[in-house]
Write a protein that binds this ligand. Structure first.
Ligand code: ACO
Length: 310
């Protein structure tokens, strides 16, 4: 069996407010708060995706009390990294002194971290590694179109990391529910070989997320043997507070603390779930070992979620 043995998070220091954005595009604090719930986001100036990932991963590794040599797998979920080779995972492994792990990046848009978590869970269960480091890291500001008011107000930078460990009889990571709808693959895009820029049909994503995804989230609970009423926490992809509220309403989980990190961090794509989860656990908002639903969705269109106990 496997469990998340430690978490870590890191965000750049610079806070960009809604007021700051009014100096770049025709928008207002009132519009952004009313339509998205976002108040601030962190923007990296000097730091790269590898810097953000290494900082979060280093904290998770320290939290697990593990020697770097114990890590057998490093996966970085990212869709904003410009570096192709060496992978961000190889850079993290090198900088943290992890000597011989399989290390690779994984891109499944905003569902990247929960996809990577399932991938690591499967590898550890299969005996391919005893401990895996799973990281979601994004510098969305590198791929933001700062002239597009419908997307630049949403995005932010940051990283979150988890150590996945083989652990006796405990079932700390539930079965994943994942999939995609390739017929809607162009709804969220990042194209242009020389200067990638994020673009999306925001309304389509909004409608899809608020009307079609709840059954998958419920299925993740069912497969973990947890009723939604028993959830202590819910961490969805932090895209928009209205989406989070609409999705959670359909889950009928009155006892769950719902992560709302989007308010201060914006949409950090693959980093959003581990960032929000690490903060929730750090401030002890959910009891240790209690079931927490992770559920992420985005470009693909794709989704991936599972119930974890931290
Ligand atoms: N400030 C002021 N006005 C704006 C802004 C802005 N920042 N952005 C758009 N508007 C205007 C539009 O131009 C439009 O004006 P019009 O009526 O004159 O044409 C009006 O506001 C309404 O626009 P809508 O697109 O209908 O606004 P909506 O309420 O749908 O909110 C939003 C847009 C926030 C993008 C929403 O659709 C959303 O959050 N979608 C989901 C995005 C998402 O979750 N993406 C995740 C997938 S990928 C990833 O996470 C990396």
């Amino acid at each position: 069996m496997t469990r998340i043995s430690a978490l870590g998070h890191h965000q750049p220091e610079h806070v960009m407010t809604n007021e700051d954005l009014t100096r770049l595009v025709d928008t207002s604090d009132e519009w952004i708060v009313r339509r998205t719930g976002i108040a601030t986001r962190r923007i990296a100036r000097e730091e790269s995706v590898a810097d953000l990932a290494t900082a979060a991963a280093g904290k998770a590794l320290a939290g697990a009390g593990l020697d770097p040599g114990a890590i057998g797998q490093v996966i970085v979920a990212t869709c904003s990294a410009i570096d192709r080779v060496p992978s961000i995972a190889a850079q993290v492994a090198g900088r943290l002194g992890i000597p011989a792990a399989v290390a690779f990046d994984l891109n499944n848009g905003c569902a990247g971290f929960t996809t990577a978590l399932a991938t690591a869970d499967h590898a550890v269960r299969a005996g391919a590694a005893r401990h895996a480091l799973v990281i979601g890291a994004e510098k969305m500001s590198d791929v933001t179109d700062w002239t597009d008011r419908s997307s630049c107000v949403l995005l932010g930078d940051g990283a979150g990391a988890a150590v996945v460990s083989a652990d006796g009889d405990e079932n700390g990571i539930g079965p994943v529910v994942w999939g995609s709808d390739p017929s809607r693959r162009d709804t969220v895009r990042m194209r242009d070989a020389w200067q990638p820029r994020f673009a999306q049909d925001g309304q389509s994503v909004f409608r899809w997320a608020t009307t079609e995804l709840a059954p998958y989230a419920r299925e993740a609970c069912r497969r973990a043997g947890v009723g939604t009423g028993d959830l202590a926490g819910i961490v969805t992809h932090q895209a928009n507070l209205r989406i989070i509220e609409a999705l959670v309403r359909q889950l009928d989980a009155p006892g769950a603390v719902v992560a709302q990190d989007v308010v201060e961090s914006g949409n950090t794509s693959a980093a959003s779930v581990p960032l929000a989860l690490a903060k929730l656990v750090e401030r002890r908002a959910v009891p240790a070992g209690a079931p927490v639903l992770l559920f992420a969705f985005g470009g693909g269109l794709s989704w991936a979620g599972q119930v974890v106990r931290c």
